[in-house]
Design a protein around this ligand. Structure first.
Ligand code: GDP
Length: 439
């Protein structure tokens, strides 16, 4: 995997004792070394590490988190931003049929990636067709044909025709007229230069009017990916990028960060020669892997959970009788750690009502998990207005959360109780106002 050394540096940092600032400095030096080794642009490296250092020295960790733990969170967040942020790429075709045109320099892994994409979308339930319009490399048609057979996706090609534009056009027509959902066109990789590549892209694009142009980049070109991605990004508003061979090069970090900085979207990454070695690219997940979050998962989770604190506005809403499932969700999360809302409720003098969401000791964790899953499978509308949840919705939600409908009903009952309490509290606002709530 790319940037292997970062993980080691981080575990050294976490297990180390002694001066925090010195440890931060050491980690940052290691991180810089690793990034530069991965061919990340030096200026970018310095900008990134400057940000990490500033935050590390300035920010106070939230209660319950050590400084070193908080530092890991900072590194995680900044690296995720560095590789493109937490925007989820738009993978689903926005219409049918959806025509994708693959372009890339020779040897970038275009043909392999065309087949990988076809396989990915086939598994997602789409009818996919492949068009072999690489007329330059004699074996390209056979290669794609073979891959197509392997994954059960039809391939259109004209092995004796040398006119790529014509083949592409006829291939798209062939599949569209037969009602296919997605058509993926593989093009020639004869070009060694960006100019030739972009010219061909334009030529074919004018003829087949693709819905998406996908640039395939070999990770081994490292930070050189910057210029290519930038020109491509500027040339086509419907472009996305796939970076291949991340498994086979130390320069992957350089390629990914170079593309990210251009603002172009990396949708997938290729992580091996096999047909299923294509992954949707999500920077936070990618960074989690670099950092070895397997071991750190608990830690990040802890930080994330603590971030789901009640805001003043939440308490305000609760106290004015406006309750929705989003608040219940926060309540559940905070219950896991004796949240502030509960403490406040206990502070209210004369409050005789039993605090809802009180859970039998021992079963708490299990139940909270279940309820969180239930809330997670609600729609936004249901979250904001749980009153609309009827029997049909209960069944759907239960199915989505993998629980029984009774479980959903039980949560709804709890919600009703909280709602009642919330309304009563509104009436007692005068009393509450006298209490100085520490927010
Ligand atoms: P094209 O000339 O751009 O069409 O490139 P090909 O699809 O023929 O791929 C060139 C070589 O790269 C082949 O040997 C592929 O198996 C290999 N390849 C493609 N993608 C990946 C990847 O993600 N990882 C690895 N390790 N090899 C890959």
């Amino acid at each position: 995997m790319v940037l292997d050394g970062v993980r080691k540096a981080l575990s050294r940092f976490l297990s180390g004792k002694g001066d925090y600032e010195r440890a931060v400095k050491e980690f940052i030096r290691d991180l810089q070394k690793e990034l530069i080794k991965a061919d990340v642009n030096v200026k970018l490296v310095l900008e990134l590490t400057k940000k990490i250092r500033e935050r590390a020295l300035k920010e106070e960790p939230p209660p319950g988190i050590t400084r070193r733990e908080w530092f890991v969170n900072i590194v995680y967040e900044e690296l995720s931003k560095f590789f493109g942020g937490d925007k989820k790429p738009d993978i689903k075709p926005k219409k049918k049929p959806w025509v994708m045109l693959l372009v890339g320099l020779q040897g970038s892994g275009k043909t392999t990636t065309a087949a990988k994409l076809a396989y990915y979308y086939k598994l997602e339930g789409y009818r996919v067709g492949l068009v072999a319009a690489d007329t330059y490399r004699p074996a390209a048609y056979d290669q794609l044909k073979q891959l197509g057979e392997q994954i059960g996706v039809p391939v259109y090609g004209e092995p004796d025709n040398k006119d790529a534009v014509e083949i592409a056009r006829r291939g798209v027509e062939y599949f569209v007229s037969r009602g296919f959902d997605i058509v993926i066109v593989d093009t020639a990789g004869r070009h060694h230069r960006e100019e030739d590549l972009l010219r061909e892209m334009r030529e074919i694009a004018e003829n087949i009017k693709p819905d998406e142009v996908v640039l395939v980049i070999d990770a081994a070109i490292g930070q050189q990916a910057h210029d290519l991605a930038k020109k491509f990004h500027e040339a086509t508003p419907i472009g996305s990028i796939i970076v291949t061979k991340l498994d086979g090069t130390a320069k992957g970090g350089g390629a990914l960060s170079a593309v990210a900085v251009t603002g172009a979207t990396i949708k997938f990454i290729g992580t091996g020669e096999k047909i299923d070695e294509l992954e949707v690219f999500r920077p936070p997940r990618f960074v989690a892997r670099i950092l070895g979050i397997g071991d750190l998962e608990g830690l990040i989770e802890k930080v994330r959970r603590i971030k789901v604190e009640f805001t003043e506005k939440d308490v305000e809403e609760f106290l004015s009788g406006r309750l929705n499932m989003r608040l219940v969700y926060k309540q559940l999360v905070s219950l896991r750690k004796m949240g502030p809302l509960r403490k406040i409720l206990q502070m209210i003098p004369g409050l005789s009502l039993k605090i809802p969401l009180e859970i039998e000791a021992g079963k708490a964790e299990e139940k909270i998990k279940k309820w969180l899953a239930i809330i997670n499978s609600m729609t936004y509308e249901e979250l904001d207005k749980p009153e609309i949840i009827d029997r049909r919705r209960i069944r759907r939600i239960a199915y989505g959360a993998g629980v029984k409908p009774e479980d959903v009903r039980e949560l709804l009952k709890q919600y009703e109780m909280m709602k009642k309490l919330s309304k009563q509290l509104r009436k007692r606002r005068d009393l509450l106002e006298k209490l100085q709530l520490g927010f």
